[in-house]
Design a protein around this ligand. Structure first.
Ligand code: SAM
Length: 213
């Protein structure tokens, strides 16, 4: 199937049908060529309603999960965003269409290099991929209007909350190694506000403020 037609189906049947309704978010999913973020042998499955392997035991998340996290982040055009877990670079690419600048941290060097190459080839120059342990955030470039963690953590790392600007939002899956709850933590002038966005299943956040490798 033509990739644009596949993306239209994906947006209508997987995102709109499940309540994703921010027009900017839907437009970003129509624009970003998801098939460019998966390996050649999986391209025919790129728009399916599930995660796919990207090698090294990691995955590109299900389109709906990427959309739910993106919409829940409430992205604004002037925002500076931090993503933890670059993986294929797809979530970062979506965010790059919605925000001013995206920093994305990945701990696996081969994935960081491949994502950088894909993002450069597509001309998404406002994404900066960094290699390192994102469970510690990226204090040098903060504070951030939004932080999205695309791997499951055992708890909310306080250091990530501390790198949020006032009114900044942190989207993070928190729970056990196999099942988590997606949370939105909003930093306010008075403190923090926490909301639950439902159940989810992510690969592990590995690092100082995550799981042991
Ligand atoms: N956002 C990605 C995408 O759009 O393809 C999917 C991310 S995948 C579900 C989770 C990623 O988090 C993996 O690439 C994994 O290597 C990375 N990861 C796990 N722990 C990390 C850490 N402490 N710092 C940075 N990346 C980490």
């Amino acid at each position: 199937m033509d990739p644009l037609i596949a993306r239209r189906h994906m947006v209508k049947e997987q995102l709109e049908a499940r309540g994703i309704d921010d027009p900017r978010v839907l437009a970003a999913f129509l624009e970003v060529p998801r098939h460019k973020f998966v390996e050649e042998y999986l391209k025919y499955k790129a728009h399916e309603d599930y995660p796919l392997s990207i090698g090294y035991g990691q995955t590109i998340s299900q389109p709906y999960m990427v959309a739910l996290m993106t919409q829940s982040l409430r992205p604004e055009p002037e925002d500076k965003i931090l993503e933890i877990g670059t993986g294929s670079g797809y979530q970062a690419a979506i965010l790059s269409r919605l925000c001013r600048v995206v920093y994305s941290v990945e701990r696996i060097s081969a994935l960081a290099s491949r994502a950088r190459k894909t993002l450069d080839e597509l001309g998404y120059y406002n994404v900066h991929v960094r290699l390192g342990d994102g469970s510690q955030g990226l204090s040098k470039e903060g504070p951030y209007d939004g932080i999205v963690v695309t791997a499951g953590a055992p708890h909310v790392p306080g250091i990530l909350v501390s790198q949020l600007a006032v009114n900044g939002r942190l989207i993070i899956p928190v729970g056990s190694e196999t099942l988590q709850e997606l949370k939105r933590i909003t930093r306010t002038k008075e403190g923090v506000q926490e909301e639950s966005l439902g159940g989810c299943r992510f690969v592990k956040l590995i690092g100082k403020n995550g799981w042991d490798s």
